[in-house]
Design a binder for this molecule. Structure first.
Ligand SMILES: [Zn+2]
Length: 380
């Protein structure tokens, strides 16, 4: 079946404006496995959009070769609302300026709607249960009403992904190594994806607390298993991951083509596309708990003078950066050290070199959960 490009209109939020979500679709609707890949949900994160561009070129070739076995949906620019948020010459694409909420939070938790609808339909056949749950998720999402264009964007994106076997949500960090977030439930199943991408950190969490897109796709399976798993088999049926394609400035054709090639091989290995994916590359890291990440926060405002580089192994107690106040009367007292509380790899740094008080400056992926955590594991 030939590839199609479909544009989905979003409701007009203001008179005289229209926006669309453009999708590239391959394979027959309903064919399995189904893969969904989106980029730019945080609209100021560009690496995934260029990766999607390269991936689309590869998939077009596979499509004309008749090699698409399952169904594939690619959304290269997932957030046209955020992409329109220029202020004073700069793009602000992480949060809705109108609604005030991070675009990658608040995706629908459909469990309470789905559970009563499926309870009498589930049985001993795991594959049958998967089909029943997918249908119920789509129906529950279809019944929700959106109050504004951001909610409708979330509903539109989730509606294409929630019944998929694989969901890759392409993001990037500030200054960062390749890394990904995935739920505990999906590990080690997702280890081939992490190895193929060359991830240098993999963060595992259960319910991280903010209803991001990847968890809206994967958590229903975990939550429904908690509720019904003692009576009916409910396998984890959506390998959903947030993939962080390094840092914001890491946008170039060579890198994007390589990342697209790795995603293509992953899709081949998982049977979405015919052909040989080749051997899985050796893993470049162990998966570690998201609760073991030490995010170092500037206690005072000032210039960030980093002492360690991205990718460095850091020991607990080591100084990663100093916050410098050049207005201090005595330069000898002008520096506040930021010390890592854990041992691990320094995988993320602020790309701005000026910190506000309370701002996250760097993150180290440790292996031992840290005791003091806020309610959410995610940074807004
Ligand atoms: Zn993001």
């Amino acid at each position: 079946m030939a590839k199609s490009t479909v544009t989905i209109p979003l409701p007009s939020q203001h008179l005289g404006t229209t926006r669309v979500v453009t999708t590239h679709r391959y394979g027959a609707q309903g064919a399995r496995p189904k893969a969904y890949v989106q980029a730019g949900l945080h609209a100021d994160e560009i690496p995934g959009m260029l990766t999607a561009h390269h991936l689309i070129a590869r998939l077009d070739q596979a499509d004309s070769d008749g090699a698409v076995r399952g169904e594939i949906i690619i959304v290269p620019v997932a957030n046209p609302i955020g992409l329109d948020q220029y202020m004073a010459g700069r793009l602000h694409g992480r949060s809705s300026l109108e609604q005030g909420q991070n675009f990658n939070r608040g995706f629908a938790d459909l469990i309470e709607a789905v559970a009563p609808a499926i309870e009498d339909k589930l049985g001993a056949d795991a594959a049958g249960n998967v089909a029943i749950i997918r249908q119920a998720l789509l129906e529950a999402l279809g019944e929700r009403r959106s109050a504004n264009d951001v909610q409708e964007l979330r509903r539109t994106l989730l509606g294409m992904a929630i019944d998929a076997d694989m969901v890759l949500d392409l993001h990037c960090d500030l200054e960062s190594l390749m890394h990904m977030y995935v739920s505990d439930d999906l590990w080690p199943d997702g280890s081939d994806l992490a190895a193929q991408l060359g991830c240098r950190a993999v963060m595992l969490a259960g319910d991280s607390g903010g209803d991001p897109f990847d968890e809206a796709c994967s958590m229903p399976w975990w939550k429904l298993r908690l509720r019904f798993g003692d009576r009916f088999p409910i396998p984890a049926s959506c390998l959903s991951a947030t993939i962080e394609l390094r840092g914001k400035a890491d946008v170039d054709d060579e890198t994007a083509a390589s990342d697209a090639d790795n995603i293509f091989r992953f899709l081949q290995r998982r049977g979405v596309i015919a052909g040989t994916a080749g051997p899985i590359p050796p893993a470049r890291c162990e998966a570690t708990p998201l609760s073991a990440v030490d995010r170092m926060v500037a206690p005072v405002p000032g210039i960030i003078a980093f002492k360690r580089a991205i990718g460095d192994s850091v020991q607990a107690g080591e100084v990663v950066a100093e916050i410098v106040d050049p207005t201090a009367e005595d330069p000898l007292t002008a520096r506040v050290p930021l010390v890592s509380r854990t041992t691990g790899v320094l995988w993320s740094r602020s790309q701005m070199k000026m910190a506000a008080a309370g701002e996250t400056v760097a993150a180290v992926a440790g292996s031992i959960p840290l005791s003091e955590r806020s309610w959410s594991l995610l940074v807004d």
